[in-house]
Design a protein around this ligand. Sequence first.
Ligand code: ADP
Ligand code: MG
Length: 700
Amino acid sequence: MQQYLQQDIQFLSGVGPKRADLLRQELNINTFEDLLTYYPYRYVDRSRFYTISEVSSDMPFIQLRGKVHGYAAVGKGRGKRLVADFRDETGRIELVWFKGAKWIPENHPIGKELVVFGRPNVYQRKLNLVHPEIEDPGKKHVVSSKLQAVYSTTEKLKDQYLTSKAISKLMANLIKSLPKKFEETLPAWLLQKLNLVNLDTAMRKIHFPDEAAQYKRAELRLKFEELFYIQLNILQGKSDRNKRFRGNVFETVGASFNTFYKEHLPFELTGAQKKVMKELRRDMGSGRQMNRLLQGDVGSGKTLVALMSMLIAIDNGFQTCIMAPTEILAQQHHKSISRFLQGMDTRVELLTGSTKKADREPIHEGLLDGSLHILIGTHALIEEVVQFRKLGLVVIDEQHRFGVAQRARLWKKADVIPHVLVMTATPIPRTLAMTLYGDLDVSVIDELPPGRKPIITRRSYDSKRLEVFGFLKKQLALGRQAYIVYPLIKESESMDYKDLEDGYESISRAFPPPQYQVSVVHGKMKPEEKEISMNHFIKGRTHIMVATTVIEVGVDIPNASIMIIESAERFGLSQLHQLRGRVGRGADQSYCILMAGFKLSDDGRKRIETMVSTNDGFEIAEVDLKLRGPGDIEGTQQSGVPFNLKIAHLGKDGQILQLARDKAELIITEDPDLQMEKNFIFAKHIKKGNPQRIDWGKIS
Ligand code: ADP
Ligand code: MG
């Protein structure tokens, strides 16, 4: 059976070389199995007819029976369309075509009985169906009297008549041709316990259900299996690693930590910071190598927690480093950590791409002789020449900007793999963290330091720009500073810079010198230029910073309390949240103003509404995950996890994921090597759920 499923898709009846090429290119379907796991994304019920009087615009796809009473060509240019007046005994609805209208009246003459199928919309207060499917009720309808699976296709496929229906036909051919039943991949005891259908039933009914309950059960089974094997894999890897690798034991809390805590720490730790410190200390003292993800919203005080863990490492005779994604961030860490440690004999150095050769030598020496305790830097840290005497803890800030391979190179710098603390200010929904970072332990700082005023977020419109500028002037008069951010979309960089440049011009006109000074920062500038511009703003010499998203991460300027985001609908949710996090860092009331046009897509509107309604990064991340697939979530791509879920959706299937995680945990706890007879089947299939995960502990 397995062999049968591995056959090239071109050999399936109804495919052939030409269609096989298309399926390969467009849908990545290479084999019979690939086609079988190309699951429908929804089902339509074509067993039922509605009457026009029943129709409302919030219905999904509907089917009507009636006649066209007349055709009319309406509109001009891009709005040009063919409109049919379609009626049954109960009312009328418009059918609309924007293209391909030429043959419609000929093929579907006025007065002939027709079945139309489509999704109802409202346009100018009238109901319509745009580009409906039309059938002659006399002929075809008999076949489509069941639930029909709908597969997503592409324009290119449709051009070659590989529509959803055509795919369904291929699926039917394939399922009919199967020599045997599908081989079961979960043990009977588990299926029984969870009341799941067997694989054979699931695979058949997911494509050809007789009723809704069947595809729902099939879906549950297949989603569970997919998520379960991922979890089993992750948890087994983690359990393996814990067995194989010992970790440095940080036993003592000594002079560095205590001096800092008692004499240098300018404020009380928040409850959340204390809780996380306990978790870190427990890990680092356990004899196992720590792999921990520290999540916390921007400004929640992660850097401070990292610093205190580093001091513990130092107290135990180890060196530590922080790796930041950008030069500016590394500098900022260096500055704030040096300030925190002022007067202590802890040596801190900065190493980035632009560190001069002469300055590098003492750093290298200090690393080798152990006199250098904390090294802060960018990618420069992982260069071959950077060698530590005794590296005990690595802190990675904004982890998603580092590739897996780069991280692995850090591990090579110590005999015993250092403890790893990954910090991220992009809150990751629990379900996603469980999967993406399933083998990391997770700590969360879910509390902001006291005294912060929540940022006030408002949506505004281009037509109200004068008001927005007026507000901005008042704020600047109070001595505050502001960011104005323009979007950047890769496909049309030149145009985007035009947005930024035009914006800069109009802002310079509205805020003329000498009263107002404006800085610009964007990705096309040389690092030195960026630096200078940034520094003018940091030092308060300029009042407004016009920028692209380069200011997104980590920059901390307490006096900047206004964030204006232009074309806000063009940003992703987590990016908007990151940008907003640039303000609200000082004692003043901060504002975030989202400029957007009137016409927004549903998702665009939802993003903006979410931003206006909450400051909670986790809540925002949940919405983001629901709006987009996990593959699009900031960071998942870069983190090197090829995410290829075929049926489960991390944003929507949280409960199934939790179930899968719980079951996998029980199984691994009882039988870590999957050697018990009842678990044999897992050992056989565990490779299935094997997205190439980051092996945080591995020296490659
Ligand atoms: P993050 O890295 O999580 O964005 P930071 O560590 O940069 O946050 O902290 C943001 C600001 O809050 C810094 O200026 C820091 O000194 C300050 N801070 C951190 N913890 C506390 C606390 N417990 N009480 C008051 N201020 C704090
Ligand atoms: Mg930070």
